[in-house]
Design a protein around this ligand. Sequence first.
Ligand SMILES: [Zn+2]
Length: 313
Amino acid sequence: MTKSIFSAPHFNDEAAAYAYVEARLWPNGRVCPHCGVVDKSGALKAKGDRIGLYKCYACRKPFTVKIGTIFEKSHIQMRDWLYAIHMICSSKKGVSANQLHRTLGITLKSAWFMGHRIREALRSGELAPMGGGGSVVEVDETFIGRKQGVEVKQGVKHKHAVLTLVQRGGSARSFHVDEVTKAEILPIVRENLAQESHVMTDEAARYAKLGNEFAKHDAVDHSRGEYGYTDRKTGAKVNINTVEGYYSIFKRGMKGVYQHCGEKHLHRYLAEFDFRYSNRSRLGVEDQERAARALAGVVGKRLTYRRPDERTA
Ligand SMILES: [Zn+2]
């Protein structure tokens, strides 16, 4: 039997967990979060040998690697954080707060916060446009869940709308939008796609003029039962199967694992599914590497919101 990844020291020993995180967040030496000085600090043992506590020789202040990250002010053990990050990064459909609660023996509230903080770490800060160089980017929308206080009728008005851009053989970016209208969608498409992209959408009128703005625009006419065709001149396979595949994983995850998703958190779940998709095995990113990339995102993403009845996890 192969040894489980979870037998690694950083999932079991708190000092090893800190060392693991420190090595990744401070590759060039410990950085004092108070004054920014690098590699001028020593372990602080005065307060009962606390793991990961250092004192800056420049500003004399104490610090740990948790300051300024999603781990700040959390009492959850570092090894449990690493475990949860690995689980979320390696489970195709995600991991529920309930599962983290049961597996790690932390409260459900703590598990819920933990999940959202990790999702925050997965949020991409990528601003460079996708596509370009003639590569194909598929654009589509889907509807999920139910808006609060909106009557359920036929159609999709009572659901949350999601817009997703997927580059074939590349990454995905999803957005929670108010409505699926030209005014909402086109600015996002313009902002996130390089002009040299070959854009593929369905036949919706809101996409009709994209051909003027991008290298090429092709549409499949679902209303005529068309699901894809090969462009005889260019050989391009015109369809939006890739983005539809993305939505099928997203929806299975949201239905199976995250049944109750409040509107204000939807963008974080989207970030989670985008992250796994953009760092998937087929692009050569395996579980361990994916978790390491997630860990690199913990800096500067501390959640600041708090429900009034909630204590910090
Ligand atoms: Zn300092």
